[in-house]
Design a binder for this molecule. Structure first.
Ligand code: PHE
Length: 378
């Protein structure tokens, strides 16, 4: 028994002295491991007489418990100390500047959307958004294209299969589903309706975003980007529309000699409707915006549609057309991005090729501002 006490005292001292978790574990193995002295002491019980055993067993068990709890306590202390020193050595200085070369770049479409927001914010326009999965009513009906309207056919719409209504029974006909038929929006114009219904008049906003049409060649992709513009207020007329577009294009292309031509056209949701053309010339194989389209070496290029908001559209969106008038326009973002930054294949916009992006992309920290020029610094 005295031998056991000596062994115990020595072990407790060694445990107290252990400077690391590894050193502590060596002590655990030496005492409590299969061939440890505590285990060996327990084995001697087998050769003892019952009387001897009755005396020795509790003593050995007590030693075992004492050693185990000493190891446990020391382990907790060592772990706490290790965490402390780790925390002390791994400090992070949040005041240090960011890494010099940020990875990745901003896609030209995102860049142009930021430029649009910047220019139009300066003119007092808010930025609105709407869902890309839209219902038939917002995309067509409320824009004065009821179910039989021929203009619907021009949109190459992606429709969703008929939805199953909440009751669980599929509707027997698409008519029963009525206006709730779902589709991928074919233009950003439904945001006009949603914004007027939500905010009423007066209103001044742009709505940039993705739109979808079943169409694909060198100049058309099934998904592309538009920006909608909408102004509703008292005494709004076509002159406001022309000034707004002219002011925007001058700021966007960063040149004063922008000439617009408004060409009579037709959209169900505007009356009168005009197509917006801009004068340009060819420099090498690149189109450069500027100058009068009828001038020597110049021509006109269509950039989008626009017009005065049709009274029926105002009515359907809950705005009184006798009190308020409005103008609206829709421009292709990809198109004006290509013109400004000189790309000639639309499809490359959506290939996700990192070489294209590193060539045409913009630095993540170069935010477009009016004072520094909306385009990225070269
Ligand atoms: N939504 C039309 C289109 O996608 C563009 C447009 C918008 C025309 C607003 C007039 C007014 O072709």
């Amino acid at each position: 028994m005295t031998e056991l006490t000596l062994q115990k005292d020595a072990a407790l001292a060694a445990i107290a002295d252990a400077a690391s978790l590894e050193a502590l574990d060596e002590q655990r193995v030496a005492a409590l491991g299969k061939k440890g002295w505590v285990s060996l002491a327990l084995k001697t019980l087998g050769q003892m007489s019952p009387e001897q055993r009755q005396e020795a067993a509790p003593a050995i068990q007590a030693v075992r418990a004492e050693i185990a709890s000493a190891i446990e306590a020391k382990k907790a202390a060592l772990e706490a100390a290790e965490l402390e020193s780790q925390l002390a050595s791994e400090t992070l200085d949040l005041t240090l500047p960011a890494p010099v070369r940020p990875q990745g770049s901003v896609h030209p479409v995102s860049q142009v959307m930021d430029e649009l927001a910047e220019i139009f914010a300066d003119l007092g326009f808010a930025v609105a958004t709407g869902p890309e999965i839209e219902d038939d009513w917002h995309n067509f009906t409320a824009l004065n294209m009821d179910e039989s309207h021929p203009a619907r056919a021009m949109h190459d719409t992606f429709y969703f299969p008929d939805a199953v209504p909440d009751g669980g029974q599929p509707a027997s006909s698409s008519e029963a589903l009525g206006q709730k038929k779902m589709l991928l929006r074919t233009h950003t114009s439904p945001v006009q309706i949603r914004s007027m219904k939500e905010q009423g008049a007066p209103i001044r906003l742009i709505a940039p975003g993705r739109v979808y049409r079943s169409d694909s060649d060198a100049t058309h992709t099934p998904m592309f980007h538009q920006v909608e513009g909408l102004v509703v207020d008292r005494d709004i007329h076509l002159g406001h529309l022309k000034w707004t577009l002219e002011t925007f294009f001058k700021a966007f292309f960063e040149r004063e000699d922008i000439t617009l031509r408004l060409r009579p056209s037709y959209f169900p949701f505007t009356e009168p409707s005009v197509e917006v053309d801009v004068g340009y010339s060819n420099e090498g194989n690149r189109r450069v915006v500027g100058g009068h389209g009828d001038a020597e070496g110049h021509d006109w290029m269509e950039l989008g549609g626009s017009g005065m908001v049709n009274r029926r559209v105002l009515e359907m969106a809950g705005v009184d057309p006798d009190e308020y008038q409005g103008f609206a326009f829709g421009l292709g973002i990809d198109r004006i991005a290509m013109l400004k930054y000189g790309m000639n294949d639309l499809r490359a916009f959506f290939d996700g090729d990192p070489r294209w992006l590193s060539h045409y992309g913009f630095g993540a920290v170069d935010q477009p501002t009016l004072s520094a020029g909306v385009g990225a610094p070269s």
